[in-house]
Design a protein around this ligand. Sequence first.
Ligand SMILES: C[S@@+](CC[C@H](N)C(=O)[O-])C[C@H]1O[C@@H](n2cnc3c(N)ncnc32)[C@H](O)[C@@H]1O
Length: 215
Amino acid sequence: MLRARAEFLEAGHLDPIADAVADAAAAGATGGPIAEVGSGTGHYLRRAHERAGGAGCAIGLDLSKHAADIAARANGGLLFVVADAVAGMPLVGGSVNALLSVFAPRPAAECARVLAPGGLLVACFANPGHLAALRRDWGLISVRPDKLGTLEDRLADCFELSGSAELEYSAELPPGDAQRLVAMGPSARHGAWAPDVDRPVRAEVSVTIALFRRR
Ligand SMILES: C[S@@+](CC[C@H](N)C(=O)[O-])C[C@H]1O[C@@H](n2cnc3c(N)ncnc32)[C@H](O)[C@@H]1O
């Protein structure tokens, strides 16, 4: 799963997402620390840290020791820690300027605790239309509607929504990357597998990037 994720992300099909997340994180970080919940291979954290000019420290947290290991080896200079972010992030309260969560959990209490007042939570999640045709044709698991409203409600005590944008585009995936897209996602755990394809596959990308300001 992690190998597929690393190879797929390196192929650049999700670069518009990485760029939008990095721009938001760099603006929120203002030279201070950036952290990421569920940092996976470290792809998004690295982009955000680079976009911030390499200033300040960058810390990725992931429940998976394999993810932290891969991320640490691939991203020298960034710190990756094995931690359950829901149970508690190993970070001092109020110490983070920008906190990323890309296709990953957003535990409200811990996000609020570690972010400095005025700090930014950058949340990226799939919309129902994300990869919709592939979900239908290949039996991938579906995406819940109104994630933004649900998230806003969950975070309302400590955060205000300071902006959100939908990012939609179409990507042409070579056959190997279509296989990787399925293998790297949650559907793989439920036994889904992309059929053998010998031609490029069109994928409709549709995500929301939401910015929540810590009060
Ligand atoms: C779908 S992957 C996304 C990884 C990365 N953000 C990306 O988009 O490439 C979700 C990640 O969240 C991590 N994760 C799930 N629950 C977690 C938790 N409670 N604390 C920390 N990480 C968690 C998983 O191990 C996984 O690496």
